[in-house]
Structures are given as C-alpha cells and as structure tokens.
Ligand binder design. Structure first.
Ligand code: SF4
Length: 281
C-alpha cells in the first residue's frame, strides 16, 4: 500500500497584529515587516480558502490568529469561523492555532468543532529567552499540556535556523517528545529583512538530518510535518524530505510568505509514488 502524506492548509484569519517580540516573527507589529495586517479576515474569503484547500487535497485546515493568546473576542471569532467552515466543507479537519490558551478556552474551541490545537514550543527552553523577551517558554509548554487535558489532538513543533545550537535543537525535540504530540510541525526560518535575526545558515543536508532527528526523537508522533520554509530551504531537493521521516506538508501559502502552487506538490507526491491521506489515522 502507498504511504499516505497528510496535507494541511493554513488560513491566517487575523494577521500581523501581535504585540509580542518573537524575533523570527514578521507578524509582530514591532518589526514593521511588509506584510498584510488585518484584525479579522472576512468569512466569505475564509470559506473560499477552505474550499480551495480541500480541492488541493488538504485534509487539515488550520485557523491561525496572530496574537500571544486568545481573548474573548478572538475566541468567539474563531468559534464562529469553525462552525461556518464545518458546515460548508465538512470533510476538512479543523485545527486552531491561536497562541496561549487555557483549558476552558480549548474546551470552547472543541465544542465549536475544532479537532486539534497547534502551539509550537519554537526552540529550546534555554534559547527561548534569546528570541523572545515578552513571554516565557513555560507558557508555551503549559498551553500544550492544556491541549492534552482538553482531549484535543496536540500539534506542537518548532523552528530551526534561529541561531540555536545543536544542543538546543535536541533539547527542544526532547521537550516536544515529553508532550506526546500527534503531529510535529517543523519550520525552517525564512528571513525577512525587517527582522533582527541573521538569515538561516542551515544547509539542505543539515536540514534533512534535522527532519530525521525529529522523526527518531519523537517516535510515537503520527506525523512529522515540514511546514514553513520548505521551498526556500530545500528548493529542488524537497522530494528528499519524505525519505528522512516527513509524512506531512503544508500546501499553499504560509502565514506571511508564499508557498508554491499546490499542483506542484501533488505532482511531486505522484512522482514519488506517495498517496494523499483522505482520513486521519
Ligand atoms: S506570539 Fe506568535 S504571533 Fe506573536 S510575535 Fe510571537 S510567534 Fe509571532
């Protein structure tokens, strides 16, 4: 039987309004990156994106808000969007990615039809203070624990290429493993000139080894997803990520950067004799 790759699409339902100072993130208002900024994306556009994602083969549809965490207004907005998307495109499996969240807020999302919650640890506990000074790593970890308590599926991962050491990477992967996530999205830092961080210095070979290291360190995760930075990091060698343990990718655009057209990814999977997941295992 063909191995099946889980395709996920990201929908930025609120963009570029975050007051935090994560140095890798162009959504922070502090860095004045040249990106679209809006409080709430219109529902018609979200539904259109959901239909397009499903047509492109995506099973996961992730509702992302750019803020440190949920407040009552954002929670109500995400729940409203979740209900509308579930009704219009019921085949999509809804994921929320809305920052720090309490158990109560997560249960409210679950009631609205959200199946999984994504909150990344981003990097090691030790290195985190070098890339963010406005909130602690422990809050990220606690939100992931809340996700597990809520019964939602936990999706948590991180980002490579921020200037962290190999020791930091290993530490982050062990922390992720301790949370027993179902899916682990890994991102490769995509430099934006408005950000203070140096461009990512990882080579393709090093990055492929990091995918394998993620797979080996978190053996029970059902999915290792290569998310942001795939095209930029791997270029013509994107097809090699699957032989190194990846079994999930983000299709279409990322939060603030363009991905390649979904048909190119589908062609790539076909050429590798890989199938597309049509249900969640
Ligand atoms: S909290 Fe999230 S949205 Fe805000 S700057 Fe950090 S990574 Fe970006």
């Amino acid at each position: 039987m063909k191995e099946e790759i889980f395709l996920c699409s990201i929908c930025n339902i609120n963009s570029g309004t975050c007051l935090e100072d994560c140095k890798f993130c162009s959504q922070s208002v502090r860095y004045k990156a040249d990106i679209d900024r809006y409080k709430q994306k219109g529902l018609d556009l979200i539904l259109q994106e959901a239909k397009t994602a499903r047509k492109a083969g995506a099973l996961g549809f992730c509702l992302v808000t750019a803020d440190k965490g949920l407040n009552d207004k954002t929670l109500a907005f995400v729940c409203g969007v979740a209900r509308a998307v579930s009704k219009e495109v019921p085949e999509l499996r809804l994921i929320a990615c809305n920052g720090t969240a309490s158990l109560e807020q997560l249960l409210t999302l679950k009631e609205a039809g959200i199946k999984a919650y994504n909150h990344n640890l981003e990097t090691s506990e030790n290195f985190y203070k070098e890339i963010c000074t406005t909130h602690p790593w422990s809050e990220r970890y606690e939100t992931c624990e809340n996700v597990n308590k809520s019964g939602l599926v936990l999706i948590t991962g991180g980002i490579f290429g921020l200037g962290e050491t190999q020791e930091d990477r290993i530490s982050m992967l062990h922390s992720l493993n301790s949370l027993q996530p179902t899916s682990v999205p890994i991102n490769f830092y995509h430099h934006n000139e408005a950000l203070e961080l140096e461009p990512n210095k990882l080579t393709v070979d090093e990055s492929l080894k990091l995918i394998q290291l993620t797979r080996d360190t978190i053996p029970h995760a059902k999915r290792i997803m290569v998310a942001g930075g795939r095209e930029l990091m791997f270029g013509e060698r994107q097809n090699e990520i699957f032989a190194h343990g990846a079994n999930s990718i983000v299709v279409g655009n990322y939060l603030t950067t363009a991905g390649r057209v979904a048909s190119k990814d589908l062609e790539m999977l076909e050429s590798l004799n890989l199938g597309i997941a049509t249900s969640v295992k």
